[in-house]
Write a protein that binds this ligand. Structure first.
Ligand code: NAP
Length: 259
């Protein structure tokens, strides 16, 4: 299926690894020019080179912290009129809400709620004027079913989702859609890091903990980042202009609800 987005311009945030990188790969393969960012210069440059080698759209790498105003300006200077915006950032730490002070909450809100909102604010009017825009927020299955130890994520991502629900119905008549993709467990550095941390606490090998968790998923495995990237690319396609304000779970069937 030709997604009919070749030649479009995309900003893909936090994209040197994992889910963001997979979205950039899938979009570039469709001929989209992608501007990717991440904090570590070597990694983001290496990822850009890797995506270029696949062929497809042009790839620009920006080393910046997307949760800072300066970082967002750097990205927007390189790609001031994106047709596609993929909002993403590192997830907040796990823990007990009794230990989190105001600064901890502000960091989580900055990364997982306010940064996407400010990037939407900076780009959505131009998309509406040009009559094409696709905005995807990478959130978490925690929006659908809170994860006890990830209270910072539960709160910040629910805030973003509520905000987007309000505006996604205002933009769609101009062919600008805004949707969330909610990942369950995907085999990325972040997920592997969580098993390493759990191994230190429990004294059990990280591989055993990961294998148990994968086996407990109805799919019997973790998601592959490329599966996430392909869904993202479809939601950015010309054909997906009638899908807006939705939160699409991709979790191997882990969430047990009928709807
Ligand atoms: P990952 O593999 O750890 O990759 C994170 C990427 O984001 C890296 O490229 C990292 O590069 C970049 N990054 C982190 N903080 C950044 C910042 N402040 N500014 C710019 N770039 C930044 O993580 P992932 O698994 O793809 O997760 C992506 C998002 O999905 C996270 O918010 C995570 O909480 C959420 N999520 C993931 C899963 C899962 O199972 N993987 C499940 C639910 C939700 P640098 O470190 O160099 O900046």
């Amino acid at each position: 299926m030709d997604l009919a987005i070749a030649g479009k311009k995309a900003i893909v945030c936090a994209a040197s690894k994992g889910l963001g990188k997979a979205c950039a790969v899938s979009l570039a393969r469709e001929g989209v020019d992608v501007t990717i960012c991440a904090r570590t210069p070597e990694t983001v440059e290496a990822t850009a080179a890797e995506i270029r080698a696949l062929g497809g759209g042009k790839v620009t790498a920006i080393a910046c912290d997307i949760t800072s105003e300066e970082g967002r300006q750097m990205v927007l200077q390189h790609c001031p009129e994106p047709d596609i915006l993929i909002n993403n950032a590192g997830g907040p730490p796990s823990g007990d809400f009794r230990d989190w002070d105001r600064d901890t909450w502000i960091r989580a809100l900055d990364a997982n709620m306010l940064t996407p909102i400010f990037l939407i604010k900076a780009t959505v009017d131009g998309m509406m004027a040009r009559k094409f825009g696709r905005i995807i927020n990478i959130t978490s299955s925690a929006v659908k079913a809170p994860i006890e130890v990830l209270g910072l994520s539960n709160g910040a991502r629910a805030g973003l989702t509520g905000f987007v629900a309000g505006i996604a119905r205002k933009t769609v008549a101009s062919n600008v859609t805004i949707n969330g993709i909610l990942p369950g467990p995907f085999d990325t550095d972040r997920l592997r890091g969580s098993f390493r941390a759990a191994a230190q606490k429990t004294g059990r090998p990280a591989e055993d903990l990961a294998a148990e968790r994968a086996a407990a998923n109805p799919a019997g495995r973790f998601g592959q980042a490329s599966e996430f990237g392909e869904l993202c690319a479809y939601l950015c396609s010309a054909q997906a202009g009638y899908i807006t304000g939705q939160n699409i779970l991709i979790d191997g069937g882990h969430f047990p609800g009928t709807l």
